[in-house]
Design a protein around this ligand. Structure first.
Ligand code: NAP
Length: 326
């Protein structure tokens, strides 16, 4: 039987009473290569081989905050199991969130390149740019906490709960494709089809778009009424209205458990078609020139669900076959 590797990580949730309810200590992530520029639990890291998770969280507290905490002071409060349709060992995770009591000493930033800031935030109003899966756990603790006693220094345990993320996410690729597979020349679309732009809007309105930086540049702005997550390897890239991810798994983690619309371009379609469950394709009756193409739609993997023929193009929906015909 084949088994898949899971990466365990331990998170420290430090809370204190605040003027308007409990506060949680968060750090602003710096150059870590993951979720940069987002607020995260005060200390966290991977559990090392041969290391119990409660010791791991104490080690992280010492390394990242200069705090001395013993395993007897920490309690498991929530477990978050994360999956990702893209697979890969690093994407299948078990996140263990620990609270701590009777912590003495003042937390400080000890790794200034990795943590840019350290601040107490009201648990009730976490910053918008909190790491999404950590926000999920913190909001759960806020809403299902053990009550005020925990914030008065008493060792009140949470009932550890299993949370999940990523298992109810699906990917839908939306594209307009010429007869020759071409979708663009690298900077723009090869046609102007207002009815199809309206169709794209109807299809994706209210949802989450994931697109490559090339496609963002070709559109030039955030599309209204939708979240737009842009993938780029450029750590300095940002644009108004765009949520930035530096890898596709990071983009999908940010997107959450929903139908995610993959909006192109060629590079991003290529990397996601094998794990998508639906294709919404405008087959355009043209054969334009252009270097950017859509991956081939293999009829052994995809079955046509519906076809709506228009003047000069057709809207076709494909669903992934659950079994491959022989
Ligand atoms: N016909 C249609 O339906 C349709 C739809 C969308 C786009 N298009 C067309 O397609 C063309 C753009 O497609 P494209 O293939 O050139 O570009 P793209 O896929 O939109 O974007 C490529 C860029 O995305 C980033 N990227 C890709 N994979 C990544 C990963 N795994 N991790 C992090 N970043 C990643 C990189 O950005 P950095 O270089 O910044 O690192 C890469 O250069 C344009 O002509 C556009 O008009 C057509």
């Amino acid at each position: 039987m084949s088994r898949f590797p899971v990466v365990p990580a331990a998170y420290l949730v430090l809370t204190r009473p605040g003027a308007s309810g409990p506060e949680v200590l968060l750090q602003l992530r710096g150059a870590t290569g993951y979720m940069e520029g987002r607020w995260a639990c005060a200390a966290a890291g991977h559990v090392e081989e041969g290391e119990p998770a409660d010791r791991a969280v104490c080690r992280e507290a010492a390394e990242e905050l200069g705090l001395t905490i013993e395993p007897s002071q920490v309690s498991l409060a929530a477990v978050l199991q994360r999956g990702c349709v893209l697979g890969g060992p690093i994407e299948q995770r078990i996140d263990l969130f620990f609270t701590a009591t009777d912590v003495t000493g003042d937390p400080v930033i000890t790794e200034p390149d990795k943590a840019l800031d350290l601040r107490w935030w009201p648990l009730a109003t976490l910053p918008d740019n909190t790491v999404p899966h950590e926000r999920q756990a913190l909001e759960h603790l806020r809403d299902h906490g053990p009550g005020a006693g925990a914030h008065e220094g008493r060792h009140t345990a949470y009932a550890p709960t299993l949370l999940t993320r990523g298992f109810d996410q699906t990917l839908t690729l939306v594209a307009a494709v010429g007869r020759n597979g071409v979708i663009g020349d690298g900077s723009s679309m090869p046609w102007h089809l207002p009815e199809d732009l309206a169709f794209f809007k109807r299809t994706t309105m209210g949802g989450v778009l994931v697109m490559g930086r090339g496609t963002w540049d070709s559109i030039g702005r955030a599309l209204p009424g939708r979240r737009t997550i842009v993938v780029t390897r450029d750590r300095d890239w940002s644009a108004p209205g765009a949520e930035v991810a530096h890898s596709l798994p990071e983009a999908l983690d940010i997107a959450g458990d929903t139908e995610v619309f993959i909006a192109g371009g060629g590079q991003v379609y290529e990397q996601t078609i094998d794990v998508a469950s639906r294709l919404v394709i405008t087959h355009v009756e043209q054969e334009p020139e252009g270097a950017v193409t859509f991956p081939s739609i293999d009829p052994r993997r995809w079955r046509e669900e519906s076809r709506d023929v228009q003047d000069g193009f057709a809207w076709v929906e494909y669903l992934r076959r659950t079994t491959t015909p022989t």
